[in-house]
Design a protein around this ligand. Structure first.
Ligand SMILES: Nc1ncnc2c1ncn2[C@@H]1O[C@H](COP(=O)(O)OP(=O)(O)OP(=O)(O)O)[C@@H](O)[C@H]1O
Length: 594
């Protein structure tokens, strides 16, 4: 937490207030109405006190007693009206702030480097945008006004009591103040436990999701016992932590609660002694006895409020984690790419201090094909991502169309580069909308032409509503190959001069593979292609092959020369030939590039 040694409750409170800062006026109205409501909650006590005073007077006046009863009743009604007003105003403020918060989060996500999404699970982002913002709304609508009212009301009530008799007023306050201090101490200790509790909940959610999604695969490999064990451990850990937390906090919380409402135990004997000594009048004693009961109630909710505030810590941390994420600097006068070339000049790059690319240089002329080959983890995908500026390089430079990507506006760069990755994202919308992501203003004919070229038209027309068929979330109901062909149709429609391709056929079946290779060949024709090759047969005609190992270029050249050199590539090639001795496909992608 940034606010140093400040107690977490206070920091969270101030952060919530800061979020609502722009709506200070309505916030003040809400707090004032909430305070009034809490003060009016004392009205029955005051009515009872005044009635008792009247009764002990010797000559009670029925009319006056009736008036006190009426005032008490009006107070109760007024309390509910004031509370309603406080909630109405604070919810309006909170919902408006929540909307702005979601808008700034979404806006921020549109500006952070694309590499930002590598590091976090998509589920976590969804949780922050939906659940965390909802939780923050609860914080803003309820916790801020209620906490302020819960603190202001006793202060005002105390001031009123002090005008009657300051000594008794202090006695009313003493146990409550001790209780508040205890609650604070409890919260400081509880902050760490709450964090651990939330981390454990997140871990349990992760294990549960993995368990539910992975169970079919695990069971088919007879490995479900292990997963079951992992899930059991997580569930047990969660329960143990919850019980530990309960054990540590219940007793101190009960003691704190006792102090918060225990003022009558002090005021009653002290008041009676003072009355016997003639230090206070009977009226004053009655008023204090009755009010000290109500005064304790004013504080009763404060422990609950403080606990709910501490639970906001993780929520606000996650929201701030997004809002404060660094953005890529965008040039004031962006330049445009001049052609379809791609060049790396001595590029060095690390992920969080771990070096993954070192001194990588190459140049692909417009319309040519460069293939990236190498073992898993050698840096192929990282090179592909740096072309689209998912991250900024640490050393050297990446040039697209002769222009450093850091000198371009993101829109300009993305219009110039199409990426087709194995991990196809389809959103809930029609097939047409999904293809149109490539060019939102494209007409029906252009969409169909792209689908035809991508070999997707056939299966689309067999769908119940053709191009208007709504796709379930993430394109459920389509096969892997069909999803890939939709993503190729998208890229064809986009018609960018540079294509970065993670060779998408690795997991397709034989029929799909042929279709996808044809589609990719049509997509690649006439463009600059940088392909991450998993199957060497598809890149034998590439203009240059870059062999990577541990983030360095260890060999480079054309296929024939590399095989002849008898180095790393030749070994990979022989292994490939061995594995595909009976396989006769391939060679089409690189043939398509001139
Ligand atoms: N977002 C990330 N954060 C941290 N490390 C990463 C990240 N992405 C990749 N890496 C690491 O960087 C190295 C290079 O990864 P990269 O994905 O570029 O390799 P690759 O050659 O494409 O591998 P593969 O063929 O398995 O896809 C790997 O060691 C990988 O673990």
């Amino acid at each position: 937490m940034r606010a140093g040694s400040m107690p977490p409750v206070l920091t969270v409170f101030l952060r919530l207030v800061a979020m609502m800062q722009r709506r200070r006026g309505p916030l003040i109205v809400s707090v004032a109405a909430g305070t009034l409501a809490a003060l009016l909650s004392l009205s029955p006590h005051i009515a009872v006190a005044l009635t008792l005073v009247e009764l002990f007077d010797g000559t009670p006046d029925g009319g006056r007693i009736g008036l006190y009863a009426l005032l008490g009743a009006i107070g109760v009604v007024g309390r509910h009206l004031a509370y309603g007003l406080a909630m109405l105003v604070s919810h309006r403020v909170a919902y408006a702030t929540q909307y702005e918060l979601r808008r700034s989060l979404a806006g921020k996500l549109a500006r952070v480097p694309l590499g930002f999404f590598d590091q976090r699970a998509k589920g976590a982002l969804r949780t922050t945008l939906l659940n965390d913002v909802d939780m923050a709304e609860d914080g803003m609508a309820h916790l801020v006004p209620e906490t302020l009212a819960a603190l202001l009301t006793p202060l005002l009530a105390f001031a009123a009591m002090a005008t009657l008799d300051w000594r008794l007023a202090l006695l009313v306050l003493a146990p409550t103040a001790t209780g508040v201090w205890l609650v604070g101490a409890l919260m400081r200790r509880g902050g760490e436990v709450t964090r651990r509790y939330q981390a454990m909940s997140a871990r349990m959610a992760h294990v549960a999701a993995e368990f539910a999604e992975g169970l079919p695969t695990l069971r088919s490999f007879n490995q479900s016992n292990q997963a079951l064990e992992r899930a059991r451990t997580a569930f047990a850990g969660y329960t143990a932590l919850a019980i530990d937390w309960l054990r540590r906090s219940v007793a101190p919380a009960a003691v704190a609660q006792l102090f918060l409402v225990g003022n009558l135990m002090l005021v009653a004997p002290a008041g009676v002694l003072m009355h016997a000594d003639g230090m206070i009048a009977t009226d004053t004693l009655i008023v204090f006895l009755v009010l000290s009961i109500g005064f304790g109630d004013l504080f009763a909710g404060i422990a609950g409020l403080a606990h709910r505030l501490t639970r906001q810590v993780a929520v606000l941390d996650r929201i701030d984690g997004i809002l404060e994420a660094p953005e890529l600097p965008v040039p004031a006068m962006p330049l445009l790419p001049a052609d379809g070339s791609v060049e790396f000049r001595d590029v060095g790059f690390s992920y969080g201090g771990r070096r993954v690319l070192d001194g990588v240089s190459f140049r692909v002329e417009p319309g040519r094909c460069l293939a990236l080959v190498g073992p898993s983890g050698s840096g192929k995908s990282t090179i592909a991502k740096l072309i689209a500026r998912f991250h900024d390089v640490e050393e050297g430079s990446v040039l697209v169309g002769g222009t450093d990507v850091r000198c371009m506006a993101p829109d300009g760069l993305h219009a110039h580069v199409a990426m087709v990755f194995q991990d196809v994202f389809l959103f809930a919308g029609t097939v047409r909308d999904n293809i149109r992501l490539g060019r939102p203003d494209a007409g029906h004919d252009a969409v169909v032409a792209a689908a035809v070229a991508a070999g997707a038209h056939g299966f689309i027309t067999r769908l119940p509503q053709g191009y208007d068929t709504p796709l379930g979330e993430l394109g459920q109901g389509l096969s892997g190959g069909e999803r890939q062909r939709l993503s190729i149709a998208r890229a064809i429609l986009k018609d960018a001069p540079i294509l970065v391709l993670d060779e998408a056929t690795a997991f397709a079946d034989a029929e799909n593979e042929a279709l996808i290779q044809d589609a990719v060949a049509r997509l690649a024709a006439g463009r600059t292609v940088i392909v991450i090759a998993h199957r060497l047969s598809t890149i034998v005609h590439a203009d240059e092959i870059l062999v990577l190992d541990g983030g360095r270029v260890v060999e480079r050249g054309r296929h024939a020369a590399l095989v002849a050199a008898d180095g790393v590539y030749a070994a990979l090639w022989h292994a490939h030939e061995e594995a595909h001795r009976f396989h006769h496909g391939g060679g089409r992608l690189a043939e398509a590039a001139p």
